[in-house]
Design a protein around this ligand. Structure first.
Ligand SMILES: Cc1ncc(CO)c(N)n1
Length: 228
């Protein structure tokens, strides 16, 4: 499997920014997770920031419940909030606890600017725009980690110390949520813009949201590589 099926809307958005998508999903931080060469301090620095990221990211997905137009959209958004706060964050809490960083320290960690820029951009996309603006800005995070997790599960060195991280995103728990998000995103776009959505007046704006969020993901890996 080269890429999992997260739907045709996601494929169209990704295929329109191939350079940014490659810079995000094949970033040297990702290579280092796979071959195990990522320095531990960079990983822990990233993981603490990512805990804070997920707090605000869950707020953004909660906004999806507010902006939804169908019960199915509400269910997928609520399910994603659950997956983030009750499952994905366990990786962060357990990995950090093992090196003496407790949850209060995680919750109170100083948020770096690249982190803050990313989540507030996504939340603002949802506040200023509609449900599609919000999902277009949320999509790179979700599907990018899904792609990375599956690729590293196939290609990673057997002895990488980052196997727990890889498993979190390759696991069917995470993948099933992403497939559900992809289906919901396809239906949401077709419902509002029609089957010929790529020729609608809204498409360019959604592409900009998606590409900008992808660039903010690249900035997040860059931040991870540079522990303060
Ligand atoms: C920065 C970032 N993007 C995406 C995900 C996946 O939820 C994450 N944990 N962190």
């Amino acid at each position: 499997m080269t890429a999992p099926d997260y739907g045709h809307v996601f494929s169209a958005l990704r295929n329109s920014c191939p350079d940014e998508w490659a810079a995000y999903t094949q970033h040297s931080f990702v290579t280092g997770l796979g071959d195990g060469t990522l320095p531990r301090p960079a990983f822990l620095h990233y993981l603490v920031q990512d805990y804070v990221f997920l707090i605000h990211f869950a707020r953004a997905w909660s906004l999806g419940v507010v902006k939804a137009e169908t019960l199915d959209e509400m269910k997928v958004c609520a399910g994603t909030v659950d997956a983030l706060v009750n499952h994905e964050m366990a990786l962060h809490v357990e990995t950090c606890a093992a090196v003496g960083i407790d949850e209060a320290a995680l919750f109170g960690a100083k948020e770096e600017v690249a982190n803050l820029a990313y989540t507030r951009y996504v939340i603002d996309a949802g506040l200023q725009g509609d449900f599609l603006d919000l999902i277009a800005a949320l999509a790179p995070c979700c599907f990018g980690y899904g792609e990375i997790g599956l690729r590293l599960a196939r290609e990673a060195a057997a002895d990488t110390p980052y196997a727990d991280w890889i498993t979190t995103y390759a696991d069917s728990d995470y993948q099933d949520v992403m497939v559900a998000v992809g289906k919901m995103f396809d239906a949401a776009v077709e419902r509002r813009l029609g089957a010929d959505y790529q020729n609608s007046a809204r498409w360019e704006q959604l592409q900009t949201r998606f590409t900008t969020a992808t660039e903010l993901e690249i900035g997040f890996w860059d931040m991870g590589l540079n522990p303060a």
